[in-house]
Design a binder for this molecule. Structure first.
Ligand SMILES: C[S@@+](CC[C@H](N)C(=O)[O-])C[C@H]1O[C@@H](n2cnc3c(N)ncnc32)[C@H](O)[C@@H]1O
Length: 286
């Protein structure tokens, strides 16, 4: 079993200021923040103990003079431990919580997701942007069949299923995410209608089959993949279908818009949360 290394950093930065993209790319397993004796601390978990590698990451995140403490932690429950601090999230009629919190009876849709090693607890600006978009369009379209590209924890698939009672597929190229998504889908009683598949959108979209198209496609991945996937998406979305794209910053927005507008997509609305942008588009009649 790999050792899990816990890093403690004293910093009054806000957790939303940390560069999630960077954390994700450096395989930081989890990040949480807590207060102790009036001071704020970050707790970061790594699955490797090379001090100079960790030091570089800490310095990039918190500045080069930042001191930190390094401890070995027991491996068995670190995933659950890292989620204890995640508070439930309420977005309009949606209430998203993990196993440690109860349902909210006043909300129309309760979703219980345990992120585990997958991305997607709803707290990130991109996921929250997609959830906002789903809420906003819920009454303006009727979805029968959706595709969730880069499903992560499965949260967007579960939300879409619960909003429209529709069928759908969540795909991810990461085995661990598929496992987590499958468990969350079962936990939320969606397994009869929502399937997950291990599939890389940029290399294997043909495996989705083109006979039955999707009237809603959601993609929340980094900007370069969102651009790379445009032809694949154009092949699988219905005429005038709805596309929700996220995973990019305000600075990258123009590039995304231009790439999709060149294929005939029309931007209908836009959400920005912590500098992360989500666009809702309508597909053309191909
Ligand atoms: C930012 S997370 C989004 C997770 C979730 N959909 C959400 O909105 O919170 C991106 C996910 O896309 C997956 N991914 C990245 N590149 C991919 C690709 N080429 N094909 C399929 N999935 C991919 C990652 O493994 C990760 O789970």
């Amino acid at each position: 079993m790999t050792d899990i290394i816990e890093i403690l950093v004293k910093s009054d930065k806000s957790i939303t200021e940390l560069d999630d993209d960077f954390l994700f790319s450096q395989n930081v397993l989890s990040v949480s923040q807590y207060a102790y004796n009036g001071e704020l601390y970050f707790n970061l978990l790594f699955d490797q103990k090379d001090r100079s590698y960790i030091k570089k990451i800490i310095h990039k995140l918190f500045g080069s003079f930042q001191d930190f403490q390094m401890n070995k932690v027991e491996n068995k429950n670190w995933v659950l431990e890292s989620q204890k601090t995640l508070e439930p999230l309420s977005i309009n009629c949606l209430y998203i919580h993990n196993d440690r919190h109860k349902k909210n009876k006043n909300k129309r849709i309760n979703i219980c997701v345990n992120g585990g090693l997958a991305f997607g607890t709803g707290h990130h600006g991109t996921t929250a942007g997609c959830l906002n978009a789903l809420i906003k369009i819920q009454k303006t379209i009727d979805v029968k069949y959706f595709l969730d590209i880069g499903t992560g924890s499965g949260l967007l698939s579960i939300a879409a299923n619960k909003i429209w009672k529709c069928r759908g597929i969540g795909i991810d190229h990461d085995k661990k995410s598929i496992e987590v998504a499958r468990n969350n889908i079962i936990k939320n009683n969606c397994r009869n209608k929502v399937k997950v598949r291990l599939l890389d959108i940029t290399k294997e979209s043909h495996k989705l089959g083109y006979s039955s198209k999707f009237d809603l496609v959601m993609i929340n991945i980094l900007a370069n993949i969102v651009v790379q996937a445009k032809y694949d998406i154009a092949k699988v979305i219905t005429n005038n279908g709805t596309l929700i794209v996220s995973g990019f910053t305000k600075e990258q927005k123009k590039k995304i818009r231009v790439n999709y507008q060149n294929l005939g997509f029309i931007v209908l609305s836009e959400f920005t949360l912590n500098n992360w942008v989500t666009l809702v588009m309508r597909a053309p009649t191909f």
